[in-house]
Design a protein around this ligand. Structure first.
Ligand code: AMP
Length: 330
């Protein structure tokens, strides 16, 4: 039997290079091998209270980006989370066995309390339970996740195990993290901070125009340049090389690495090359995006197809869950 894969990206804005290399590119590879469910997490985006006027446009642009980057609706179920309301019922049922103490201890929750102390809502606290419902509704075996999501996946495994034990069933498989090429990749920000991310405000977006993208790369933080041969690179410079290793050919990386080691590097040249290589990856996606996003009929069809596949799978699981918990129809 085919392994089942589930993953999603929150609809909090356009996709950036971190989303692409950390998630989307992997989805595209996986769709050829597994039974996949890829969704756009609009319920999850509500924890930060987005402007209602932006909710649908954000979902729409991510759907178009998924398709423009190469996700194929004939191969995978591509759906919008809120088109499958069954997930909310499973979320409610799983919540009964999710303990407040363990939810309060999650790293992401503690992080959010610090970042948005004015909005510590119950949705934030139970975020890992909704994520577990997203995954368990399709009985997923594999979840491609970034490093930041590993603790949540561990909780999903715990909830699956707990449910199976309490109701004496083997209903839920315990999903494994699917890591590509060993360690999960982390795309750095080019502003000298850690990772590229929407809340960090340092993103290079897949649909940035050429000029905007080039300007962002040319503004990347650097230093005065190396003063000793073969010296260790400071973090801001290592970040440039990390990104280059992802988007550029190995001989290009080696060329700039040699220049660095010989104290002959000119960061302006390196950034120009980096911008050109990022554009080689993103420009075709942006061109397709600009076409797809205008095609409302096509987007509607894809979303409906995905929702149908996902609802069928979710309803099947939910029926078994209800039965295990003792619900009966008159
Ligand atoms: P988010 O935008 O936080 O909903 O993230 C969606 C997906 O993109 C998750 O699988 C993240 O792990 C991945 N992701 C986000 N930012 C980065 C980054 N800077 N490097 C690698 N993966 C990332």
């Amino acid at each position: 039997m085919k392994q089942i894969v589930v993953s999603g990206i929150r609809s909090t804005g356009n996709l950036h290079l971190g989303n692409y290399y950390g998630a989307l590119r992997n989805f595209i590879q996986m769709q050829n091998e597994y039974e996949c469910y890829f969704f756009i997490a609009d319920y999850h985006s509500l924890t930060t209270h987005p402007d209602p006027a932006m909710l649908h446009p954000n979902v729409k642009s991510i759907l178009a980006e998924y398709l423009a980057a190469g996700l194929d609706p004939e191969k995978s179920a591509i759906y919008i989370q809120s088109d499958v309301p069954e997930v909310c019922e499973l979320y409610t049922l799983l919540n009964m066995h999710a303990y407040v103490g363990e939810l309060e201890r999650t790293v992401s929750f503690k992080d959010k309390i610090r970042k948005q102390p004015e909005n510590v809502n119950a949705g934030l606290l139970t975020y890992p339970v909704l994520m577990a419902a997203d995954i368990l509704q399709h009985k997923a075996n594999l979840v491609p996740v970034g490093k930041d999501q590993l603790q949540h996946l561990e909780m999903t495994r715990k909830y699956a195990r707990r449910f199976n034990t309490i109701y004496n069933t083997e209903l839920f498989p315990e999903p494994d993290a699917y890591k590509f090429h060993g360690e999960p990749i982390k795309i750095p920000g080019l502003d000298g901070s850690g990772k590229m991310g929407k809340s960090e405000g340092n993103c290079i977006y897949l649909n940035d125009e050429d000029k905007v993208l080039t300007k962002k790369v040319m503004r990347a933080v650097t230093d005065q340049g190396p003063t000793e041969m073969n010296q260790t690179k400071p973090e801001v410079i290592e970040n440039l090389f990390t990104l280059m290793r992802v988007v550029s050919a190995p001989d290009v990386v080696e060329h700039f690495n040699n220049l660095y080691n010989n104290c002959e590097i000119r960061y302006g040249d390196m950034k120009k090359q980096l911008a050109a290589d990022i554009l080689t990856v993103t420009a075709p996606i942006r061109e397709r995006y600009n076409e797809i996003v205008k095609d409302e009929d096509y987007l509607r069809k894809v979303a409906a197809m995905g929702a149908e596949k996902a609802r069928e799978s979710s309803a099947r699981t939910l029926e078994e869950v209800r039965k295990a918990m003792g619900f009966r129809r008159f």
